[in-house]
Design a protein around this ligand. Structure first.
Ligand code: HEC
Length: 207
């Protein structure tokens, strides 16, 4: 019994400490300090992994402005990011929607537990609804259900979707969506397959 009382008193003291801490203003930490701490956390990772922690110019700007760029900077960023999009040489952005469905569902790739040459996925369902038949999906991004149908399957809009998936920041500066083509998380063929998943009239996304 005495032990229980002691634990209870300890918890109460901790709760009070927590209240005290949350009432304070968050301390300002210099970005260089954050970089150092994060770098130390992955110091034993391979150089290839460590490189992933380095922000490119666009990411640095987004961090600096807490993802809310002043209009002039946003316009500049869109122009610069648009230039990074590499379209398929033959201009055809539509692949195989059935493979696209698998890529949209697959959240693996680039993880410690993945085999080095394992083919990664796009994990689109983590953030988007796509097919109505799938009940498990995240809502960070808008629903993409009937994405192609709503756009009357227009080829120009399929091309825009390819650009969006290749580099989300070419369409929306400081987007939370991964830049799949730019970071090589998805290959050209995989992006085409996902575009077909969005734009093929036979795809369950458009049913
Ligand atoms: C980490 C979350 C996340 C993931 C994963 C993600 N997206 Fe997104 N996506 C977003 C957010 C947030 C937006 C809205 C803001 C924006 O446009 O960047 C968005 C926007 C979009 C849009 C534009 C929607 C419109 O309004 O026209 C398309 C198309 C899209 N995503 C497709 C995909 C596809 C395909 C995948 C998988 C290959 C994917 N997304 C993976 C977060 C994500």
């Amino acid at each position: 019994m005495r032990k229980l009382v002691t634990i209870g008193a300890g918890l109460a003291a901790m709760a009070m400490l927590a209240v005290g801490a949350s009432a304070q203003q968050p301390a300002k930490v210099a970005p260089a300090v954050v970089d150092k701490v994060v770098g130390a956390m992955i110091a034993k990772a391979s150089p290839d992994w460590q490189k992933r922690m380095e922000q490119d110019e666009a990411q640095k700007l987004c961090s600096e402005h807490k993802n809310e760029l002043p209009a002039a900077l946003a316009t500049q960023m869109l122009a610069a990011q648009k230039k990074t999009v590499v379209f398929p040489a033959d201009g055809n952005v539509m692949g195989d929607w059935k493979n696209g469905a698998r890529i949209a569902q697959n959240g693996r790739g680039g993880q410690f537990s993945d085999a080095p040459n394992a083919v990664g996925g796009g994990n689109c369902y983590a953030c988007h609804q796509l097919s109505k038949a799938e009940v498990s999906y995240g809502t960070m991004g808008p629903s993409l259900n009937e994405y192609g149908k709503i756009r009357k399957f227009r080829p120009a809009e399929a091309k825009d979707a390819y650009a969006k998936i290749y580099n989300s920041m070419a369409v929306f500066p400081c987007s939370n969506m991964p830049r799949f083509g730019l970071t090589k998380a998805l290959s050209e063929q995989q992006i085409k397959d996902v575009v077909a998943y969005l734009f093929d009239p036979e795809s369950p996304v458009n049913k």
